[in-house]
Every structure is written in C-alpha cells, then in structure tokens.
Write a protein that binds this ligand. Structure first.
Ligand code: HEM
Length: 420
C-alpha cells in the first residue's frame, strides 16, 4: 500500500458562497494559500477535491480514475448541458457519441464554416456602417447564431434569428445565475428542445430535407452502441450542444475586440486569418481572458496520487482558469503576450481553455477547431478589415461573475470598412 498524506483541507461547513464570491479565482486563491495544487473543501453540501496545473489535469483526464456520469450539478444540466448529453457519458457510450461530434469536424466542414463565417462578417459590416453605434457582444451573438444555424443545417426564418440568439445566449449565461436569470435559461432550453424535436421527427419522416453532410442530418441518423437511432430528445440536446457553444463564441469575439483595442501593437502584427500571427493572438485570448472556470468529475474507484487519497465518488474539480494562469507553466501569466506561443511546446494538459487531453477518447471540447476558426476570422475583420472608434465606456470585466463579459459589451462607433 502506498504511503499517504492528508490532502490540505479548508475548514468550514460549506464554501459554495465563496465560490460565487470569488468566481474564476476560487481554486487558484486556495492553491496559492495552501501552496498545493490539490486541496479539499466542501461545495454544494458535499466534500470536494479541487486541483489545478498540468499534472493534475492529466490525472483528471485519466478515465480509469474519473467518471463524468452523475458528476455535474443539476443546475448545469438544466441550462448548459441538457439531459443525457455527451458531457455526462463515460466509456464506450461516450466514445460512440463523441465520434458523432467529431464526424462533423473534418477539413471540409471547417472550410464550409470559414466560408459561412466570412459571409456573415461581411454582411454584418455592411449593416454596421449604417449604424450609429455597434454593441459588439450583442451583434456577435447574432452573427454566431446565423453561422451556427447555416453550418449545422438548421433552417431558420430571418424574423426568428433574434429570439433564437437570445434563447441560446440564455443557456450559457445562466448556469451560475440565481433566480430569474437561471429560470430564463431553463425555460429557454426547454423551448429550444421542443422546437428541435419536431424538426428531428420531420427529417426522419422525410418531411424535411437537409444535406447529408450537415450536423442536423448526421445527428438525426446517428446510431448508438446497439445500432438504434438516438431518441429525438437526445438528438435535440446534442444539436443544442453545437448551436449553443457556437453562439458562446460571441463572448470570445468581445474579448478579441477588447484585445485589439487594448493591445494595438499586438493586433498590428496580425496579417490575415490564415497567418500564424492570428493563431498566436487567438491562443493568447483563449489563455488570458476568463471563460470556462473549472470542470467537474467524480472519482471512479479509490486511488492514491502523489501521496493523496482520492476516495470513490468524491466530487473533483479541475481548475481551468488557474491552470491557464499558472506561473509554473506560463511566464508572467497576467501579461497579454501572443509571442509566448512561438515554438510553444506545452502539453495538451497545460493549455486547457476548452479542456485537455484527447478529442476522440476523452471529453476535450469537440468544438475547439470551430472556435479557433471563427475567432481567427473575427480577429481578421476587427484588426484588418474595418476601422472604428471605441468611445468612453466601462471596458472592465469581472473575474467573479461567470461567464465574464466586458461590462459595456464593447461599444464601437464610426464603423467603416477598410479598403484592402
Ligand atoms: C465558445 C468557446 C468554447 C469554450 C470556452 C468551450 C469549452 C469547453 C469545455 C471546457 C469543455 C469541457 C471539456 C471536458 O469536460 O473535459 C467543452 C466540451 C464540449 N464542447 Fe466546447 N467550448 C467552446 C466552444 C465549443 C463549440 C463551438 C462547440 C461545437 C461546435 C463545442 C462543443 C463541445 C462539446 C460537444 C463538448 C463535450 C465534449 C465531451 O464531453 O466529450 N464547444 N467545451
């Protein structure tokens, strides 16, 4: 039997309120306080182990040690994930479902995504030239809603874009909220699921035709481990798992805009969306700004790691924000420096804005390439293809409230297309 030491422990009945008060920095503050990458606390009335850093991430993604089923709090399932979604599956069932997601992430799919994204940015820019002021975060929600629907093959009437955009936004803005905003998120998810279930049934009955390369088609006809079609409710949940996070890229687009404004010398280096300078800038936006705070899993069987005991069924959190700001992994982590990604040789567990490890085998974000492509094109427009002013406004953003968004939502005026 390996020798064990007690995990540093935070005393007290429950620290859920501190989690709300400290937001993204909750785990990092305690990792610093205990001078340990692992500590124990109590959250949502239960014992919880929190950990951060690349080594901890590698253990967290070891399937023999952690499972996802039963780990996510109900409020996340009700808003963000949906019932029976890929995030809550393990082992063979997870791999079957994940393969469905990765089957729409092929090079041709990415090319189609790039074409759609450029078209939508061009249309938006034409509209913005006529507007007195543009609220970038809100406009980006509409751009990404249109991209999401066209790319996924979900037909939507022009007059419904705004409502759909608001509903999808509610599902990712509401998980950490209390009261009306949370209920709004739950309600929005229910309405979206109802709408999509009807469409899935129509595809299966041959009443609705969509191209066979689209998300909508592939998910509607995907079969599980027993060779059965997924039930329409699950297909709806998984289509939302494509639409919702594409619209959530609007948060990153707002941060790209903020970075272009705050770090003009870095933005000036960006040449085009195909260039490595764009890639580095985007990677740094994803590392530097807060988005996803932490991941949650449950210990599969008792195990010992680094002398610490992890008892079966213990809720365990992995610090995403803190790992991306870990001074042992990143020089001056609080400085925005895209050049840190020149010849960067970090592991898939040290840079984890969208999770770590492997796409097919593990739970790493299925949409990371989608996110990067949409962000690179958005950056190209904001840095190279348009001129604008940023009037006096509150450009600060919180490291407490989740998800973090610039307070003013980034107001742009005098938007004009740059002649190339
Ligand atoms: C907006 C930026 C995004 C962020 C910050 C983000 C972040 C994440 C994170 C942290 C995870 C959890 C990883 C884990 O549990 O180990 C995840 C999972 C996932 N993401 Fe994303 N994501 C984004 C965009 C996208 C996009 C655009 C898509 C789809 C087009 C997508 C689809 C998914 C799916 C399906 C999963 C579940 C994967 C699984 O459980 O195997 N995400 N994402």
């Amino acid at each position: 039997m390996a020798e064990t030491n007690p995990i540093p422990k935070e005393e007290g009945m429950d620290h859920s309120l501190n989690l709300l008060r400290e937001g993204y920095t909750f785990i990092l503050n305690r990792r610093r306080g205990f001078n340990s990458n692992v500590f124990e606390t109590r959250l949502l009335g239960k014992k919880a182990i929190c950990m951060g850093g690349a080594e901890a991430a590698e253990v967290f993604y070891d399937e023999s040690k952690f499972i996802r089923s039963g780990a996510a709090p109900q409020r996340l399932i009700e808003t963000l994930f949906g019932q029976g979604g890929v995030q809550t599956l393990d082992d063979a069932a997870h791999r079957n479902r994940k393969q469905m997601f990765m089957s729409v992430m092929k090079p041709d799919d990415m090319q189609r995504l790039r074409d759609i994204t450029k078209k939508q940015w061009d249309m938006a820019l034409t509209k913005w030239e006529q507007m007195e002021k543009v609220v970038l975060y809100e406009e980006a929600q509409e751009i990404t809603t249109r991209i999401a629907c066209e790319w996924a093959g979900v037909l939507i009437a022009e007059q419904d874009v705004k409502t759909l955009s608001k509903d999808l936004t509610a599902t990712f803005e509401s998980p950490a909220a209390i009261g009306p905003s949370h209920w709004q998120g739950k309600h929005a998810r229910k309405e979206l699921e109802k709408w999509l279930i009807v469409l899935v049934n129509e595809i299966r009955e041959g009443k609705l035709q969509v191209p066979d390369y689209t998300v909508f088609y592939k998910f509607s006809w995907h079969t599980d481990l027993n060779g059965d079609l997924l039930d329409p409710e699950t297909v709806a949940v998984e289509i939302i798992n494509i639409l919702r996070p594409i619209v959530a890229i609007s948060v990153y687009i707002a941060f790209v805009g903020l970075a272009v404004h705050h770090f003009p010398e870095e933005a000036a280096k960006v040449q085009s969306s195909d260039d490595e300078t764009a890639q580095r800038f985007i990677q740094e936006v994803r590392r530097y700004y807060p988005f996803f705070p932490a991941l949650v899993a449950q210990v599969r069987e008792d195990f010992v790691w680094n002398g610490y005991e992890f008892p079966k069924d213990t809720m365990t959190l992995l610090d995403i924000y803190g790992t991306n700001h870990d001074p042992t992994l990143w020089d001056n982590p609080d400085v925005f420096n895209p050049d840190r990604f020149i010849d960067w040789h970090g592991s898939p567990f040290s840079f984890i804005p969208q999770g770590g490890g492997d796409y097919e085998m593990g739970h790493r974000c299925a949409g990371e390439w989608v996110t990067i492509e949409v962000m690179k094109i958005s950056l190209d427009y904001l840095a190279n293809r348009m001129k604008f002013d940023v009037p006096e406004q509150d450009l600060s953003y919180s490291v407490i409230s989740m998800p973090s968004i610039p307070n003013s939502k980034l107001i742009l005026t005098n938007v004009k297309r740059k002649m190339q």
